[in-house]
Write a protein that binds this ligand. Structure first.
Ligand code: GLY
Length: 610
């Protein structure tokens, strides 16, 4: 299994067995209950995508085909991986803020309550569709420092070293603070300072829960290598703060206050920048004051594509998400997936063959649009997809080598979705790449730096940490943004109404997971809770194998796919952490948090209740 296929540490049964985690999980469940008892419509009344068609999942599959963890509301919805982060967003909606205000508050809150992936030392992408049908996408991806070179991670034998994964040289110039500032300038309605208040409160002290504890514990070997990381994350004789004890982050609180009072300037040109550069100089990193002051998040035209009358609005390069999802959808279109049984061998075969072809293109063609010419129109066109579809045979696999154009020689991100009462929808996927990124914490400033440089083709033609084999288009150059798979996505229905807001972490599996959310919705009419709970599978052309979640496909389907030549790999766990919102025809918002990591959907009703 590649690092791209995330293994979930907490199943529902574990969640209930863990009192501390249960407190947080229970908060989400209680919130659902309170909302259901109040004026909110029950989730079933709202229906799901399409007609809410019934499906059966294989025996042994962990999650039910139901909306068990969904919640409904009329006046706003925030769905994130963490109940405190969702509460931060809901606090902004209650204060009269819009979906972008709420999303900014969530981004900063996640940096405190889910520091393994939430961040100010990393980057991400935002897709917005306003209630008035204007769309936008914001690229706040990290970029290579000015001193970066194409061979900076190769040893004397030309082999890639670990330096793009752990340590100060693994980091790109962070984009998150600039991104939030740009988003606020364009759409914000509440004062900037207000948006950081929940995150500052959380940094002053929260109860350490099982998930955060285990996330830190799992990275002990890397975090202990860096004194400021060991001091912050492993303060109890080399262990994390115990579950149930208060975890205080005073340096982070100070950093967030400075970002709040300077509109973010302190991060790029003030004392936070000084601390970051000092950290680099102390430990051998290459990010300079010039790199930080030059960084700017960029508004880009979203990728928009039609599929069966629906419109996909997703992230353009330097994310590969929108282009690759559009290509997979287009390739499958002529097969009429709705006529194939859900998760039958034929369904999985067609989807996998489409994934194979689209990832072959992704890995060869895509990179930073400010550095590379890319045939985006061709890649997202229906005739091109039809030409690829024509080579799919139903009785046998295709060869990955036919679609790999690259000369051959973990996946820990987080996603959240927000919709407000005016119909403004925001999807953000954000990351430091691996859990706790480079494992380097900026001394005195309390935040972790990303290890996003590993998303470049550090050695073109060789697999990266997610097993992705990428080409020269994504080679390292100073100031360039590394290719991403992050795919924050909004689906517009044939009547022109925003219907689904979705996304997930999962490295290379992000694209196929988001694709399956769209297909579950459009092709199979699954309600949003069932679509999130449904088992997932993944193929990325290289390695030539189909990964599927534990017990996620019926034995007979696996056997049939093997007889057609597919290498079937059952994961030791689960993949992704989808946070979706469905908007019903009557305007009811149905939030579906992924049970794989115990996420949290919190809504408000018109009038601010809920
Ligand atoms: N770091 C994972 C991605 O951007 O795709």
């Amino acid at each position: 299994m590649t690092k791209g296929a995330t293994t979930v540490r907490h199943r529902l049964s574990d969640l209930l067995a863990s009192p501390e985690r249960a407190v947080r999980g229970l908060t989400a469940v209680l919130a659902v209950a309170v909302l259901s008892l109040g004026a909110c419509a029950p989730a079933e009344d709202a229906g799901g995508g399409g007609d809410g068609a019934a499906v059966n999942f294989p025996d042994g599959w962990e999650y039910p085909p139901s909306e068990a963890l969904t919640t409904s509301a009329s006046g706003g919805m925030v769905v994130t991986t963490d109940s405190l982060a969702s509460a931060a967003g809901r606090e902004m909606l209650r204060a009269g803020g819009n979906a972008v205000d709420a999303a900014i508050a969530v981004q900063f809150a996640l940096a405190v309550v889910h520091p393994a992936a939430g961040n100010i030392g990393g980057g991400g992408f935002m897709v917005v569709r306003t209630g008035g049908d204007s769309t936008a996408s914001l690229d706040f991806r990290e970029e290579a420092p000015g001193a970066a070179t194409g061979d900076m991670y190769l040893d004397e034998q030309g082999e890639a070293t670990d330096a793009s994964w752990t340590g100060p040289r693994a980091s790109g110039v962070p984009g998150a603070v600039s991104g939030m500032r740009k988003a606020h300038e364009k759409y914000g309605s509440l004062p900037w300072k207000r948006l950081l208040q929940p995150a500052i409160r959380f940094a002053e002290g929260i109860v350490m829960d099982r998930e955060m504890h285990d996330n830190i514990d799992g990275e002990t070997d890397r975090l202990t290598q860096f004194p400021a990381s060991a001091a912050k994350w492993l303060p109890a004789d080399g262990e994390p703060v115990a579950v149930g004890d208060t975890f205080r982050q005073p340096h982070m609180a100070r950093t967030l206050r400075a970002i709040a009072s300077t509109g973010g300037e302190a991060f790029y040109t003030g004392w936070i920048a000084d601390s970051l550069v000092a950290q680099m100089e102390r430990s051998g990193g290459i990010i300079t004051h010039e790199d930080l002051s030059a960084y700017e998040a960029v508004w880009r035209e979203p990728i928009e594509a039609e599929y069966r009358g629906y419109r996909l609005v997703s992230m353009p390069p330097p994310s590969s998400g929108g282009v690759t999802i559009a290509e997979i959808l287009n390739i499958t279109e002529s097969f009429g997936l709705d006529t194939l049984g859900y998760h039958s061998a034929d369904h999985v075969h067609v989807a996998v063959e489409a994934m194979r072809r689209a990832y072959g293109d992704r890995n060869y063609y895509l990179g930073d649009p400010d550095f590379e010419e890319m045939p985006l129109e061709m890649l997202t066109s229906q005739p091109y997809a039809d030409s690829l579809a024509a080579s799919i045979r139903m009785d046998t696999v295709s060869a990955s080598s036919d679609f790999n154009k690259v000369p051959l020689e973990s996946t820990e991100t987080t996603h959240f979705s927000v919709v407000d009462s005016a119909g403004n929808a925001v999807a953000i996927t954000t990351t430091v790449n691996g859990y706790f990124g480079s494992a380097v914490t900026v001394r005195g400033a309390g935040f972790v730096m990303n290890n996003e440089m590993n998303d470049f083709a550090v050695n073109p033609g060789q697999p990266n940490a997610f097993g992705l084999v990428q080409g020269e288009v994504n080679a390292i150059e100073p100031g360039k943004r590394m290719l991403s798979s992050m795919s924050p996505t909004i689906v517009v229905n044939p009547e022109g109404r925003t219907e689904l807001v979705t996304g997930t972490p999962g490295g290379a599996t992000i694209i196929t997971t988001v694709y399956q959310q769209i297909s579950n919705h459009v092709d199979y009419g699954l309600d949003v809770g069932t679509a999130v709970n449904a088992p997932r599978f993944h193929h990325q052309n290289l390695p030539n194998e189909v990964e599927y979640e534990q017990n996620g496909l019926a034995d007979s389907v696996v056997a049939e796919l093997e007889s057609r030549g597919h290498e079937m790999i059952e994961e030791d766990g689960f993949s992704g952490d989808v946070e979706s919102i469905f908007i019903a025809p009557d305007g009811t918002l149905v939030g579906a948090a992924d049970p794989r990591r115990g996420g949290s959907a919190l809504g408000i009703d018109f009038g601010g209740g809920g």
